[in-house]
Ligand binder design. Sequence first.
Ligand code: GDP
Ligand code: IMO
Ligand code: MG
Length: 420
Amino acid sequence: MKVDVLLGLQWGDEGKGKVVDVLTPRYDVVARFQGGPNAGHTLEFEGQKYVLRSIPSGIFQGDKVNIIGNGVVLAPDLFMDEAKELEKSGHELKSRLHISKKAHLIMPTHRILDAAYEAAKGKNKVGTTGKGIGPTYTDKTSRNGLRVGDILDNFEEKYAAHKARHEEMLRALNYTDYDITEIERHWMEGIEYMKQFPLVDSEHEVNNLLKEGKSMLCEGAQGTMLDVDFGSYPFVTSSNTICAGACIGLGIGPNKIGDVFGIIKAYCTRVGAGPFPTELFDETGDKIREIGHEYGAVTGRERRCGWIDLVALKYAIAVNGVTKLIMMKSDVLDGFETIKACVAYKQNGEYINYFPYDINSGIEPVYVEMPGWNQDLTKITSEAEFPEAFKDYIAFLEQELETPITIVSVGPDRAQTIER
Ligand code: GDP
Ligand code: IMO
Ligand code: MG
């Protein structure tokens, strides 16, 4: 059986959580393959709203197995808080949420290091979520990390050695004004709590499930433009958010990948620092933010808003091998007289239609402008009811991006989803 992968194609917060929840009934297993609690995936159904950080968004549909893969970085305290919250609302997790022993642990000192590195960057701050993501992946690749499997044996000693090394690094950075006593106590509680979950060799489990003919959906976190290799470096996260990340973060061969679903908003947002060619600094941007409730699910920060960027999207589709597009938050543009889409960049006076090495300065978006549909999409339940101007917008995007838009989302609720 093939594995389908679902990813954000912009700068995150495209609505991945909602779509994973909608698609889960079609799969046996849902798995996260990268990122950590820097993610905030929002789901709404039956009048309830949930924000997931580390737990895959397939957790609410029946008794599906959900896997946290080796490519994920996990903070035991935040994981415990998130899981307990779900258990309180009646969701059984301990038998069907499997955690890879190879996933790396985010230590309290990783979070302090995150803050210290940001402080040291001065005006070039990345604007991280402060969850310790960068330092944890750095320890992983420099072969200094602590993994989930480490908690099963002689953990205190290993933890103390890693902590001492971090403290030394913090002293070298002259960043010593912190107190993690309380966080550490909670974190250790999280370690004990995690032991109640199946801690697995997830690469074996995943491949065995596939051999048995089970189907699987991999849920991306962040977005392609935040990928550490292909995103707007250095203003990126520290993992590979693209489709290949699913192979690495779960131990799946590339020949097992089936559909690659690329999730886009009908416009574009970004949270944190870094270049954003189509960003709007005027009342149109403010209007999108207010209507779209564009405030970060993790940090509450204002999301920067702008028009859809087809240059960046073509690039994202290419590096991921996207086979199907899913367009979210179409309803947010309901009240706009006209809508713009960026079809090229002007860089140093020259028109370019590819995503260049450096978008950090000197990029001017070139737009086409289309009539808006000026109609409420939120109650629509089938494609036949789409206003003509909305159909035209979809057709334009499909033609430009050379990829079909197979699902359109017209509101945050699970039910506000239209398949084409
Ligand atoms: P993710 O990180 O990609 O899962 O996305 P987030 O959950 O961070 O952000 C998406 C936000 O948009 C959430 O608040 C969702 O509830 C909301 N949302 C998702 N789809 C739609 C939609 O079609 N219309 C509207 N208005 N909101 C949506
Ligand atoms: P989801 O999965 C939007 C951004 C941060 C910052 C940069 C690096 O909800 O789409 P990090 O803490 O990862 O070192 O921060 O990446 N960022 C996100 N932006 N959505 C996310 O996740 C993000 N995860 C990280 O704002 O600019
Ligand atoms: Mg989010």
